[in-house]
Design a protein around this ligand. Structure first.
Ligand code: FAD
Length: 399
């Protein structure tokens, strides 16, 4: 059965789709594209065609098609580190709750660890209706194999329609392993999630093409629909300690001797920057002019008790370390106050800070794009404006 339709009137015979097909299912025969049985309707060829001559037929390969109606409910993986639930998991539970409510389905949390029953209670207070709790010494420290095995088995048995994980280093690692073994799609590093209440299709938005566009990605033919989501792009939900939920104990699948990785030691890196937790961030960009310029930025950050952030332009030039970088390839932050000084406001920077509660921009160019997201804009030279702001804040905070 053909899965791909080619509009021969539009096709130029350029062969771009032949190169784009990861399954070698397309061939050029006498100037005409032919589709073989190897086509899986993955859609990789569609964007390659300059004439938009390709379209997918609705049917999927019968052996690949799954019964989507068998999948229901939204799941969140709740991450723990040294027995504590991270803020990122609370945000994911808030997102999961929102998606589950839109769909009218329950929210399930998956908690794995050793003697972390308090996290189960916390997951319920943050919105879970049901918690799968796997408590075992093999799960005390995160390791891919035992965690993935449990999540995969649970997903195969209970069939969730969506599975969301925080885009932490552990979440990213686990999500990739689970998605590939469940043969489903995974959108990494989402900046927003929505769900179609009727179809249950998860709309997974993330920056694409170097951050120049925001792509909404869907996974129409496979389940669960899987996404990792960045920290600080979603609202932190409010816990309700009176919420009640169902707790289902789950056994660890792998024994210690089945697990080939051993954690020999773990050393916590001292993150002196701590942008993730800062309520106030003062950031400097290309306009700061050099490493010395960050002294001016720090002056204001110190006056406000905030942290110093930076654009990639400043980091790439070696003026300040990468730990300070805010943006698509740096940290995503959501402080109460973000003051951008000498930062133009390119989309890749905005991706990391635009959900800050109040944004103040200081830039000498009145047309700088940063002003389009700023609540307050000051057009002027940062070397005049910032020391003045620091002095005024210091004076007022002293009173
Ligand atoms: C794949 C990819 C990922 C990226 N990831 C990130 C990321 O994570 N974070 C990030 O920030 N960027 C990222 N970038 C880079 C991004 O596209 C921009 O190049 C970068 O953000 C520009 O930094 P900037 O605005 O500080 O510097 P510039 O473009 O140099 O702008 C300097 C600004 O300062 C103003 N200015 C100059 N002097 C003064 C002064 N004395 N007083 C006041 N204003 C002044 C200017 O008017 C200008 O608006 C990424 C790019 C790509 C392609």
């Amino acid at each position: 059965m053909a899965l791909l339709k080619i509009d021969q009137d539009k096709c130029l015979g350029c062969g771009a789709c032949v190169d784009a097909c990861p399954f070698g299912a397309l061939a050029m025969v006498d100037g005409v594209i032919e589709v073989s049985d190897a086509c899986t309707a993955c859609g990789a060829c569609l964007l390659s065609c300059p004439m938009h001559a390709l379209s997918l037929l609705k049917e999927q390969k019968p052996e690949l098609a799954i019964d989507l109606t068998a999948y229901s409910g939204v799941w969140v993986w709740v991450e723990q580190f040294r027995g504590e639930m991270g803020d990122i998991s609370m945000e994911m539970l808030g997102q999961g709750r929102m998606l589950a409510d839109r769909r009218g389905v329950p929210l399930t949390a998956c908690v794995m660890g050793h003697e972390v029953g308090h996290i189960v209670e916390k997951a319920i207070s943050y919105g879970a209706d049901r918690v799968f709790y796997a408590d075992d010494p093999t799960l005390a420290v995160y390791r891919t194999a035992p965690y993935a095995r449990i999540l995969i088995d649970l997903a195969r048995e209970y069939k969730p329609e969506a599975l969301i994980l925080g885009a932490s280093s552990r979440g990213r690692d686990l999500a990739g392993s689970v998605a590939s073994l469940l043969h489903t799609g995974l959108t990494a590093d989402c900046t927003s999630l929505e769900i179609d209440p009727e179809t249950g299709l998860l709309l997974q938005t993330r920056p694409a093409f170097g951050g120049n566009i925001m792509a909404a990605i869907v996974c129409p033919h496979h389940r669960p629909q899987m996404a990792t989501m960045r920290q600080h792009v979603a609202e932190m939900p409010v816990a309700d300690p009176n919420r009640r939920g169902q707790v289902i104990a789950v056994k660890a699948v792998l024994k210690e001797e089945d697990i080939t990785t051993r954690v020999v030691d773990s050393i916590l890196e001292k993150d002196e920057v701590s942008l993730a937790d800062a309520r106030i961030i003062v950031s400097g960009g290309g306009g700061v002019g050099g490493p010395e310029g960050f002294k001016t930025i720090r002056l204001l950050a110190d006056a406000l008790g905030g942290a110093v952030g930076a654009s990639r332009s400043a980091v790439d030039r070696g003026w300040i370390s990468y730990a300070h970088q805010v943006g698509q390839t740096g940290r995503t932050v959501r402080p109460d106050l973000y003051i951008a000084c000498g930062i133009s406001g390119q989309i890749q920077h905005l991706a990391g800070m635009k959900t800050s509660r109040i944004i103040v921009a200081v830039n000498k160019d009145p047309k700088a794009p940063i002003f389009s997201v700023a609540d307050y804009g000051i057009v002027g030279d940062l070397f005049e404006v910032v020391p003045e702001l620091a002095a005024q804040f210091r004076e007022r905070l002293r009173r």
